[in-house]
Design a protein around this ligand. Structure first.
Ligand SMILES: Cc1cc2nc3c(=O)[nH]c(=O)nc-3n(C[C@H](O)[C@H](O)[C@H](O)COP(=O)(O)OP(=O)(O)OC[C@H]3O[C@@H](n4cnc5c(N)ncnc54)[C@H](O)[C@@H]3O)c2cc1C
Length: 376
């Protein structure tokens, strides 16, 4: 420790790891500080869907960014496999949004007619392609561009590829405070010593507030707890990802299905409620009856980091030179990680990423309201 590092990234989730990889590729000296293990936060709990078209976005700019991000993944994942030897489990079979009855079928078809993405699959086409789906569905939208990954593997592949290219990876190391002098970042105090640096990126998920409080800066984030159940069947039950109204079923290697997810705003507790497991399993079995005969493997929970307006914080704080945020990606942090890494590394290099208006994502957008007491 102690040698001068250009950039310290706080957090070894998908956001910190992707940014670490991107910056290292650009020749920057990077240290990633992770208080426990890589992907131990939300990134290890996510379903790994890169669903730029199925997801609803609160801001049109975010939709554009989501598509740019999703489309960057296949090439990056191939590159990461070469550098790290880790397979991030890319599944390119597409996503289905099923209609349970004729009314839902009309709604979904109207979306396509209005210029939405995807093609309409009739009930016959649906049961030919996905025979384990229950009979009686009224069709589905199929979106071939949507993809999915195993997020913990992707995070590891990114962080270890960054390390292979020269980044320093500090596991079991907590960032405890940020040193600032004359409005310029000086370094990070960690549980293993002081790391001097010129630039710091806050990528620590939903708990960044306590690092910022001594600086008089606020980055409001709340945890939105989510739970997922994993089952394994003896034969494959699903090829495409099923993205329904209140549930998703994501096929993973080894005949596994990840069934998610619950959503509890403000809940920072750990563990999985028995009621959540029964709800997720019974809704999944309504879509794929054979799920009732599958083996229960495990269930887990994580906390989506959500800002008050649901948009991520991206970029440099206006009051402290060299202090950046890359946090608050709520339910789409895996999807948005590629574009986030691009935007942040561009900004840190003094470049404006073409085609993206970053104004809605500025990290100090709530600062004035806080000072006025609106958000307390
Ligand atoms: C159930 C569930 C399903 C989801 N499904 C999807 C999905 O399908 N697709 C999608 O795109 N998104 C999904 N998400 C959202 C996604 O998981 C998050 O948006 C994303 O993982 C956030 O990544 P992050 O790197 O910002 O945070 P995290 O993954 O939480 O990483 C932050 C890291 O920082 C570390 N850290 C915190 N404080 C410090 C400190 N002081 N010092 C050092 N290290 C620190 C933590 O240990 C942690 O490892 C899902 C989330 C949940 C909970």
């Amino acid at each position: 420790m102690g040698s001068q590092r250009e950039v310290v990234i706080i957090g070894g989730g998908i956001i910190g790891s992707f940014l670490g990889y991107q910056l290292t590729k650009r020749g920057r000296k990077v240290t990633i500080v992770e208080q426990t293990d890589l992907a131990s936060g939300a990134s290890g709990a996510a379903a790994g869907m890169l669903a730029a078209d199925c997801e609803h976005f609160d801001h049109p700019e975010l939709q554009t960014m989501a598509r740019m991000s999703r489309d960057a993944f296949p090439a990056i994942i191939r590159e990461l496999r070469q550098t790290s030897g880790i397979d991030a489990g890319l599944n390119e079979q597409g996503f289905l949004t099923p209609a349970r009855d004729n009314r839902e079928a009309e709604e979904l078809q109207a979306r396509i007619l209005a210029g939405g993405t995807g093609e309409w699959w009739t009930p016959e086409r649906l049961s030919t392609s996905e025979p384990a789906l229950r009979h009686g569905l009224a069709g589905a939208i199929y979106r071939s561009e949507e993809i999915q990954v195993i997020p913990s593997k992707l995070t590891q592949a990114l962080a270890y590829s960054a390390q292979a290219k020269g980044a320093v990876l500090l596991h079991q190391t907590e960032a405890t405070s940020i040193q600032v002098q004359e409005n310029q970042v000086q370094g990070v105090v960690t549980s293993r010593g002081f790391l001097p640096c010129d630039q710091i990126v806050l990528a620590g998920g939903w708990r960044m507030e306590q690092l910022l409080q001594p600086l008089g800066i606020s980055l409001p984030l709340e945890p939105v707890k989510g739970e997922i159940v994993e089952v394994r069947s003896d034969t494959p039950l699903l090829r495409t990802t099923l993205y329904a109204k209140s549930i998703y079923i994501v096929p993973k290697p080894g005949n596994k299905l990840w069934i998610g997810a619950t959503s509890f705003p403000g809940d920072s507790s750990n563990g999985v409620a028995a009621g959540s497991v029964t709800r997720l399993l019974s809704e999944a079995a309504e879509m794929i009856p054979e799920i009732s005969n599958a083996h229960f493997v495990r269930a887990w929970s994580g906390h989506r980091p959500k800002s008050p307006d649901g948009l991520p914080y991206l970029g440099e704080f206006s009051d402290v030179r060299g202090l950046y945020a890359a946090a608050g990606h709520y339910r789409n942090g895996i999807l948005l990680s590629a574009i986030t890494a691009r935007i942040l590394s561009d900004e840190m290099d003094g470049i404006v990423t073409p085609g993206i208006n970053l104004a809605p994502f500025r990290p100090d957008r709530f600062q004035n309201q806080l000072e006025g007491g609106l958000l307390r």
